[in-house]
Design a protein around this ligand. Sequence first.
Ligand code: PSU
Ligand code: MN
Length: 303
Amino acid sequence: MADLSHSAETRDALDRGAPLVALESTIITHGMPYPQNLETALQVEEDIREAGAVPATVAVLEGRLHVGLERAELEALAQASDAAKVSRADMAACMARGGTGATTVSATMIAAHLAGISVFATGGIGGVHRGAELSFDISADLQELAQTPVTVVAAGAKAILDIPKTLEVLETLGVPVIAHGQDDFPAFWSRASGLPAPLRMDSARQIAEAQRMRGALGLPGGQLVGNPVPQAEEIAAETLAPIINRAQDEAEAQGISGKAVTPFLLGRIFELTDGQSLRTNIALVRNNARLAAQIAREICALR
Ligand code: PSU
Ligand code: MN
């Protein structure tokens, strides 16, 4: 078994059997600019504590897999310009060569499961990119949800993705997709995607019970919870559509491909919305962290 490193706080919570929420770090290094990335990471950890759970931010630091970062480690990662973006495919290679990398949803799920943490909060998951019928660009996050038993709370999938195809692939892979408190699957910056989620649950308790039942049935994999961004912070889908199209056209014209696509699009949308996309992103991550903390507490209570 891989040897994990923990912050003192995370280690203590694991020892006590306290509710824990894992957090990814690609959002810190590749999803937001400094210093908002650091402020948000610290704020989200605090939101989880206030909601009665313990945060565990995941990253690979100099070859070691950390589940729970000390503040100085988080500060260094937020300012690192050379951190790799690590997902399932490159996690072991990064560790073997002593590298430093931020974990995506897929790598964070793997790390959380190794540490015995079953709930994870993020902003948005990766999914099927537009034009995937030609590019085959489908995030490893989807396959991970099918095989690793962690409930992931996200604000849905970004409109930079092909949301109908993303939902189809999740169905094929047997991943429960749950909208929290509404019928629509949320669309990250906007509350509604115009597409109903296959499942709807209105409480953290229901989500925890569904996860437990999956385990009892011996089904592999996790659950995806789509938690809509708070109304006051949402950006209307109509406002964003032309901006997303423009960012997409630029990515294509500049030949951006592979793992560079998502960070490029996020960066351009930030610029083209004069920072409004970042404010919304911060609000939705915090909202997801609070729900994830409630789910983690319910899972503990069911044990
Ligand atoms: N969605 C966001 N912000 C992010 C990401 C997704 O709103 O930073 C990151 C996550 O870490 C996710 C990854 O796992 O992008 C997906 O990348 P790709 O599309 O290359 O699989
Ligand atoms: Mn991709």
